[in-house]
Design a protein around this ligand. Sequence first.
Ligand code: ATP
Length: 508
Amino acid sequence: MSNAAETPNLMEALVSLAKRRGFIYPSSEIYGGLNGFFDYGPLGVELKRNIRDCWWRDMVHRREDVVGIETSIIMHPKVWEASGHVAGFTDPLVDCKVSKQRYRADQLFFAAVVIDGKTVGYVSALESENTAGELQAAAEQLKRKKAIQGALEPVKVREFTEATADEIPLIPSPATGEPGSLTPPRAFNMMFETNVGALKDASSVSYLRPETAQGMFVDFKNVVDTTRVKLPFGIAQIGKSFRNEITPRNFIFRSREFEQMEMEYFIHPDADWLACHEEWLKWCQDWLISIGLPASHLSLHEHPKEKLAFYSRRTVDIMFKYPFGVQELWGIAARSDYDLQQHQKFSGVPQVFFDEAAKAKVVPHVIEPAVGVDRIFLAVLASAYAVEDVKDEKGNVEQRTVLRLSPRIAPTKVAVLPLLKNKEQLTNRAKALYTKLKKRYAVQYDDGGAIGKRYRRQDEAGTPWCVTIDFDTIEKEGDTFTLRERDSMAQRRITESELFALLEEQVY
Ligand code: ATP
């Protein structure tokens, strides 16, 4: 069996499966697609919705201290001045004047090529799992090309953001391999601008939100005034965010339109924020495991103190081992009272909570777990995908592709399969079961083709169970069906009430 980690070109396999089975299509494909935008097909939309629904149920319904909201995507432009996004939501952009390619300076690396202590040129490479190896190989190639004798020193990898003004003209563009065409990095604001109303001038400029979090801060007072929340409490939201990413890549990992699930947990300024931060860190990891991500693929990255935003006391990212490397999945930040203080300052409206014990108004501090639905989707697909050798009914070895999705998030929970299409007794019983099941669950009815083929189709779509209505169902006592499990492929007899009990237990 080969699983996610062992499949060569796993990303290619995932992109192809996603397209073939209707999980994800490129956006506007008939017009050639639009870089950084995607559509979710019939299976994809179910999987994505299930991820969102599980999070909402666990985060909002099943907790007593979190409420949900949904705020508008376009907000008053002052929101983004107060939050610091207008001035500072930027990435360092580098242009290649010859190829017209654009790079993020913090994803572009270079090294001096030093032979016998003397710099003889520069090499560059884009961020990858083996940037240092690529730079070293490029340095050796340059040495050969220039036919310089002597000892080549091991390369020292540096980010393009650290290049000096003298070095920039000497660093080759990754697109052309030649130096002289890269510009110095400049701050590029990632917010999408638009105009609200009929006038298109500076006064009508607004932004598509680059994060959902500000909605929770701006509505903090509304929630406090209209509900019975008490500190500590959280406000959660799921919704679309937009970032004009310089280099959207890795399929849906970094796109320009994506969906976030964020929660602002407001705590008393004197509360033990570190303990609270730790609790949320654990909660988020446990939740990812509860929807089927393997714990072995998760790790933590603590942001070093010197790289923290000035208002952040601590930020830890939950990292996931994606096919293209270990990358951020979920950021958990302790943001102090920065956001509420900023909105208080810019709006002139107090952003306070009345502390009954101290009989005083306080501006709460906040712990923020922020995650992207699409990044969870990709992590789920990558870790669920497997190709295995199995035997068919005649004992011949064949390959099956299977998505081992957790029943919590699988797009289809059960496939109902009458053994034969043209036996009314079988199809009537199958349709009766199907009709009953679909009142509560996403199920499919499939009577097309050999039963083995139908199992394979469901395996590839990640359906955890197939139920076959066969001659034993109608001829023997007990009204039982064959339940076939996706992962083990084991089969057993089951009654209708046992099937409902199984679903009740596993789909939560
Ligand atoms: P990165 O460093 O990868 O750009 P970030 O630190 O800017 O991410 P946050 O602003 O903390 O990300 O956003 C919270 C979460 O939103 C991220 O952990 C990620 O899951 C998701 N996210 C951010 N940017 C994108 C994007 N362009 N495409 C898809 N998901 C994203």
